[in-house]
Design a protein. Sequence first.
Length: 140
Amino acid sequence: MFCPQCKSEYRKGFTRCKDCDIDLVAALPPGDNAELPLGESNSQRRFLAWFLPMAGFYLLTFLLMAIPGLARNEVVLFLLFVLVSSAVLGVYWMLYQVIRFERKMVPLVIFAFVPFGFVWYYLERFRKREGKARVPLALR
């Protein structure tokens, strides 16, 4: 079962898309296959796009705690500053997007505070929005 709007795939037994709130179809039209995920390699790339910055942030933080002398290295501090700044800005951006565009906000608001969770949101939710879904809920 597929959602004709966001192209998400659902297991049998589901009848409505939880994100778009529209009925699912058994198969997507042939022209829509380009929109579907390209398989395992695409999902792995999406996972790595989220996981690598988060792993770098935690590794750098752990190294600073384990080796206090690294705190005097300007390159290490600059990398930590960039990672922390991007994570904080990403949280604000994701919170704005969730509050303005999503119907079920609570799980996504909680997920916004996972470091670099906004990368997942951008890849999995934001890029798939089209037409009506890009209009804020208050204006629909």
